[in-house]
Design a binder for this molecule. Sequence first.
Ligand code: ITT
Length: 182
Amino acid sequence: MRKLSNLLFVSSNIHKFKEAKVILDSFDISIQFFKLNLEEIQSNSLKEIALKKAQNAFSKCKKPLIIEDDGLYIDYLDGFPGPYSSYVYKTIGNQGILDLLKKNRDAKFISNITYCDQKNLESFEGKLDGCISKSEKGTGWGYDPIFIPKNTKKTFAELIDKNNLSHRYKALKKFSSWYLNK
Ligand code: ITT
């Protein structure tokens, strides 16, 4: 039976919501989009950023919610852009990243899903290893055209089953088992 839920997904990014909705529907959790530009603290820790982002969102929405904070960590760049991924995408973009890379193209995508209500503040992390393609491939949002998950040859933008293996899927799966047993 579908769990009735007025759970909000608070974000400025509709693409993140759309994917999260498909994934959470498969776990029988329904969510609604609450569009908000959330202030982010500066920190090297995705979890620290996410916890503050969730508390900030809760102080505005006053309803049970989740937020998501993502980072693309590139080995050759010592983990950069990591927590600065949103800023880097808006500034140098995918081509800027491709221009920076030489031989080692290993990277990982991390998603932190944080839940907040009156009583709870809980974080869940999903990590996906992969590498950065040599050029942009496929049409997708954000870093989709340049991120190739491990054990595949296609970028996120080219894959048809991104939502079954992504960093977002892994974090939401952990969140779902906690949420449904809460
Ligand atoms: P919020 O309002 O929810 O913070 P945002 O777009 O600023 O939205 P993040 O800081 O969490 O989101 O994301 C960091 C960057 O990583 C941002 O540029 C996203 O577009 C990108 N990103 C995150 N997940 C992605 C995915 O699955 N595919 C492609 N790009 C992704």
